[in-house]
Design a protein around this ligand. Structure first.
Ligand code: G6P
Length: 475
């Protein structure tokens, strides 16, 4: 591979913002990568000149650095077995379920861990090649927790930040991890370690004290070599302005009208948009809706549910099982309560461009976001940003990070199906005045706390944080 470009600001994430996919017939194409991380970070990098290091989504392929949509992209290759062991294995079969309250059982395999270490080192090396002297490197998410310490060893001149997009598990669960100390030490290579939630940040500092034995005070860790590491919470957000602009586009409004017509113009369109992931609470949500119809609490003529489930991690066993379960559940509900010309659940196993998502948000009276555990959930914020008319209602799980900020949502405990049914009914029956009061204040919050504010607050703190203490550490 030729020499990569150099940059003073470098983002390192498992994925590049674009994904190389093979189409039926064998041709390859680029498409936007799935997930909230990419949609949040892309505008940040577009506004701060820099380079983005990441995997391009296809195995066993070495690609040269390239420019896409104004972004300098530096691909990192993964072999077939690394995709299996590092990405599908340790990242998504071990860390993902462990960090999400073990809603699925995590698997611990030594070969997966070894691949994780090897691939983290490759990402760190790439960052060391690309970052200019004294530059800033911002490492993202659970797939790359060892990169900060590896990179610091290669390039002590850099400022290194790390941000975890997903929850950080409670101490009791984190302790299960056979390589818990290595992971904590990996993160401690950063000058600033950011989390979605204050509790996660405190948890991390406590674990460092207990497991690694470093001195800590409030959000600061004092390392024996004189370095300081700060932890903090930085709840992520969206490019609210661009979503609102898209929502106000007449073409979007026209598409939203079409969608409502095609659904039979019911009184209530309920909408879910998620990656097809077992953390998202799809089963519970669909069951609640199905029961409301079956018992006659809502009329089939009055309400339909549109569930978009974006394909995700399709070769991981638990995701295969989930897909079959959801197929069966949707089929059963539609078979039991549907009738000719009236399908209660429109289920779309597909991903859609941003414009179509905005039209769906505009078409939906009730947005149903009910994860069992979620670091933030940006879909909830996107919906709010698109409701410039202050109409619509957001039903939101109390286990999504977004619930800390979107306080006027209709809150649910997704494990409580009866409670969820009652809240869905409440949202459907609320007077317009009540709904718009709630929406207005959530919209104000999201437009004031957008992605630029998030990035600025993290990067300012990273630039301004003390990185060393005197010989005698406090306290
Ligand atoms: C979540 C994670 C991201 C990840 C995304 C999509 O948002 O926090 O790191 O990129 O899901 O998942 P995938 O496995 O397709 O990258």
């Amino acid at each position: 591979m030729s020499n990569p470009p150099t940059a003073a600001f470098v983002v390192v994430a498992n994925r590049l913002p674009v994904d190389r996919v093979t189409l039926p017939g064998g041709r390859t194409a680029w498409r936007t990568s799935p997930g909230g991380l990419v949609s949040a970070l892309k505008p940040v990098l577009q506004r701060n000149e820099g380079a983005w290091i990441g995997w391009h989504g296809a195995p066993a392929e070495e690609l040269e650095p390239f420019v896409d949509d104004g972004l300098e992209l530096v691909p990192v290759p993964l072999t077939h077995s690394e995709v299996e062991e590092y990405y599908e294995g340790f990242s998504n079969g071990t860390l993902w379920p462990l960090y999400h309250d073990v809603v699925a059982p995590p698997e611990f395999h030594r070969e997966w861990w070894e691949a994780y270490v090897r691939v983290n080192r490759r990402f760190a090396q790439r960052a060391a090649d690309v970052a200019e002297r004294g530059g800033v490197v911002w490492v993202q998410d659970y797939q790359l927790q060892l990169v900060p310490a590896m990179l610091r060893e290669m390039r002590p001149d850099l400022r290194i930040g790390f941000f975890l997009h997903i929850p950080f598990p409670p101490t009791e669960l984190f302790q299960q991890m056979p390589w818990r100390r290595q992971i904590l030490e990996g993160l401690l290579g950063a000058d600033l370690v950011g989390f979605q939630h204050q509790g996660a940040s405190q948890n991390f500092v406590r674990l460092v004290r207990q497991r690694v034995g470093h001195k800590t005070h409030r959000d600061t860790v004092y390392l024996p070599d004189g370095r300081l590491v700060t932890a903090g919470s930085f709840p992520i957000s969206i490019d609210a302005e661009s979503f609102e602009k898209l929502a106000r586009d007449p073409a979007t409004e026209q598409r939203a009208d079409e969608i409502r017509e095609e659904l039979g113009a019911p009184k209530h369109v309920l909408l879910g948009i998620d990656r097809l992931d077992y953390t998202k609470g799809l089963r519970q949500r669909l069951r609640a809706f199905g029961e409301l119809l079956a018992e006659g609490s809502i009329d089939l003529d009055d309400a339909v549910f549109v569930q978009v489930a974006t394909p995700s991690r399709e070769r991981v066993d638990q995701y295969k099982v989930l897909r079959d379960d959801i197929d069966r559940l949707v089929g059963r509900i539609n078979g039991d309560v549907g009738r000719i010309g009236r399908v209660p659940i429109t289920y779309l196993h597909s991903s859609y461009p941003k414009a179509e998502m905005a039209a769906l948000y505009r078409a939906a009276d009730i947005m149903v976001v009910t994860p069992l555990r979620d670091g933030m959930n940006l879909v909830a914020k996107e919906y709010v940003a698109c409701r410039y008319d202050d109409q619509g209602a957001l039903v939101l799980s109390e286990f999504a990070g977004a619930a800390d900020e979107l306080k006027q949502a209709y809150r649910v405990n997704p494990y409580d199906i009866n409670g969820m049914k009652a809240t869905l009914l409440q949202a459907m029956e609320s007077p317009d005045r009540e709904k718009s009061r709630r929406m207005r204040s959530m919209r104000k919050y999201v437009s004031e706390h957008d992605i630029d504010r998030w990035a600025k607050s993290f990067l300012d703190r990273l630039a301004g944080s003390e990185t060393h203490h005197d010989k005698h550490p406090r306290p």
